[in-house]
Every structure is written in structure tokens, then in C-alpha cells.
Write a protein that binds this ligand. Structure first.
Ligand SMILES: NC(=O)c1ccc[n+]([C@@H]2O[C@H](COP(=O)([O-])OP(=O)(O)OC[C@H]3O[C@@H](n4cnc5c(N)ncnc54)[C@H](OP(=O)(O)O)[C@@H]3O)[C@@H](O)[C@H]2O)c1
Length: 301
């Protein structure tokens, strides 16, 4: 798979990443196979979070715990991946990015992951109570104490990102918004522009809209007209590029102006391989705008 830099760093990662949101219920053997398959296809950026597993039998920390077990079975595996996690969501509060909480959450993540450091620590969602200076103090110390090599944010607006960055000694190297052919706000809300300005990488979560762009199955939150237009446009491009719907959806996310790395979330081995092949599909400008116009419902002005 092609590689790209993880934001302004010299860390090389595959242009598609593997996410662990749906991973907590995996048996140890399956978990091991999924991680090894992702790495075999050069999806070396592995994205997890402490909250993954919450609300499931595995519970809070379950996905990190399972990944930690996989890592403990083969000491060489940790060095093959660029490991990213997140903290700051703590139901029912629901967010806590206070200094004390983030420092403790970081340590708990490291102990579940059975590693001394992560490559990337992200604040999962913006805490609307704790001052940015305090949140920054935690991230500064997390890097200073060697617990994370780099830091980033997820689901932050540009204004929130700038406010946090203003108090940081280190750059926010990644932004993690929801971004897919079905959720294109990121194209116009300034996130991609901020990434272009700072060289931050954009880690696009749910690039297949949680699978709906592959299945074509409308859900209650979807606008039926918009959904129909997007699936139709994806189908046309799938035929043109002899590709699957999910491959076109991933190619769309990658074609954006900034350095966008889609994070896939499938739990099926064969779909990891299918997604990896999307790294070789290059949409042309007209293909891209077909999907943008399908989302807008009108042609570009
Ligand atoms: N920062 C945040 O707030 C946030 C939020 C959500 C997610 N994330 C990150 O983004 C990652 C990916 O999110 P996601 O799992 O929603 O991504 P996704 O890739 O958009 O969706 C994955 C889902 O789509 C299904 N799917 C994939 N290919 C399919 C196909 N060809 N046909 C039918 N179903 C298909 C998968 O089912 P199968 O398993 O059966 O293939 C899985 O349930 C997460 O793991 C996490 O790392 C971050």
C-alpha cells in the first residue's frame, strides 16, 4: 500500500488505517488475525480508544484490553504499528479533559495496551467545561513524560482546535472528524483547510458511514433523496473503476485536498483486504465532484 506521513512528522503510515471501535467483542484469536491482516496490508496505523467496548460485555477499556493481549503474545508486533488511542469520554459525565483525568486516562490506556507509549494520543471529543489551557497542560505533559510521541484531537471544530493549539508546546498532528461521501461537512467547515494550513493529517472516521455506503441500506437518520443520489453516484463510479462500493467510498475520502487517511472498521478479514485495494483507486476530478454534487443535491456553482 502507498504510504503517507502522519501529519507534519516523518512517521510513515499506510494511506488507509484500521480502527478498533467494533473490536472489543473479538476472541483473542480473531483479534490477533485482524491486527496481523491489517499490518500485512500495510494498514500500520491502528486507532483505538479507551471508551471502545463501553455498552458491550467487554466494557470500558475492552478494545484496548484486547489489543494489549494481542500485543503481549508477540513482543515484535508493537514496533510494527503506529498506535493511536483516545481518551476523555467518560459516561455519564460525558466528557472529562481535566489535567488529572487525562493523565490518569493515559496511564490506564498504556496499562491496558501493555505498552510504555503510544504514538498518538487524541482527545476524543471537546470538553466544553475544562479550560483549553488545562487540557493543553495535560497533553504537554503526556508528550514531555514520553507517554505519547504526538497528540491530536477528534470531533473538534477548527476554533476549538486553534484554542487548544494556542496553549500547546507541540503541534496537534492529527484531526479526526467523521468524513465520508455521506457526511461531507468536513469539506466546508474549515477542517480540511486547517489541515492544509498546519499539515495535520485528517483521520476520517466511519468512511463507509458505518457500512451504509457498502450495503446501500438507508437508516432512519438518512435523507432518502440524498442517500439515493449518493449510492447511485457510487454505483456509477464502481462500474467505471471496476471496483466495489466500499472501495469507491474510500477513494472518495482519500481524494480530498488535505492528507486524509480513512480509518476502516470492518471486523471481516476479507473486507480488510478489499479496503486495502482501494488505495490504488484514483478518482478523477469529475468523479469526485459527482459525489460532492450528489451530497449537495445541486451542481457546483
Ligand atoms: N473519533 C470518533 O468519534 C470515532 C467515531 C467512530 C469511529 N471512529 C474510528 O473510525 C473507525 C471506523 O469506524 P466504523 O467502524 O464506523 O467505519 P466504517 O468502515 O465506515 O464501518 C464499518 C462497518 O461497516 C460494515 N461494512 C464494511 N464493509 C462492508 C461491506 N462491504 N458490506 C457490508 N457492511 C460492511 C462493517 O461490518 P463488518 O464488520 O461485518 O464488515 C462495520 O460494521 C473506528 O474503528 C474508530 O477507530 C472514531
Amino acid at each position: 500500500m502507498k504510504t503517507t506521513n502522519l501529519g507534519p512528522t516523518d512517521i510513515k503510515v499506510g494511506v488507509i488505517a484500521y480502527g478498533n471501535w467494533r473490536f472489543a467483542g473479538s476472541s483473542l484469536e480473531d483479534a490477533d488475525t485482524k491486527i496481523r491482516t491489517a499490518l500485512d496490508y500495510s494498514m500500520n496505523l491502528i486507532d483505538t480508544a479507551d471508551i471502545y467496548g463501553f455498552g458491550e460485555p467487554a466494557g470500558f477499556g475492552g478494545a484496548e484490553e484486547r489489543l494489549g493481549e494481542v500485543l503481549s503474545m508477540d513482543k515484535g508486533l508493537r514496533d510494527q504499528m503506529i498506535l493511536a488511542t483516545k481518551g476523555g469520554i467518560i459516561p455519564p459525565r460525558p466528557y472529562d479533559s481535566s489535567y488529572d483525568y487525562l493523565m490518569e486516562a493515559m496511564d490506564n490506556s498504556l496499562s491496558r495496551l501493555r505498552t510504555d507509549y503510544v504514538d498518538l494520543y487524541q482527545i476524543h471529543r471537546p470538553d466544553l467545561i475544562v479550560p483549553w489551557a488545562e487540557q493543553a497542560r495535560a497533553l504537554n505533559d503526556i508528550v514531555k513524560f514520553g507517554k505519547a510521541r504526538h497528540v491530536g484531537v477528534s470531533n473538534f471544530t477548527v476554533a476549538q482546535t486553534r484554542a487548544l493549539q494556542a496553549h500547546l508546546d507541540v503541534p496537534l498532528i492529527t484531526l479526526q472528524p467523521e468524513f465520508s461521501a455521506l457526511e461531507q461537512s468536513t469539506l466546508t467547515d474549515g477542517i480540511l483547510d486547517y489541515a492544509g494550513e498546519t499539515d495535520a493529517a485528517v483521520l476520517a472516521w466511519s468512511p463507509l458511514a458505518g457500512g451504509r455506503l457498502a450495503t446501500g441500506k438507508l437508516e432512519t437518520q438518512d435523507d432518502p433523496d440524498m442517500f439515493g443520489r449518493i449510492i447511485n453516484a457510487i454505483d456509477n463510479l464502481a462500474e467505471k473503476h471496476a471496483a466495489s462500493r466500499s472501495q469507491i467510498a474510500l477513494a472518495f475520502a482519500r481524494r480530498a485536498q488535505a492528507n486524509v487517511i480513512p480509518i476502516i472498521g470492518t471486523q471481516k478479514i476479507e473486507r480488510i483486504a478489499e479496503a486495502a485495494a482501494a488505495a490504488d483507486i484514483e478518482l478523477d476530478a469529475r468523479d469526485y465532484y459527482d459525489l460532492v454534487e450528489a451530497y449537495r443535491g445541486v451542481g457546483m456553482p
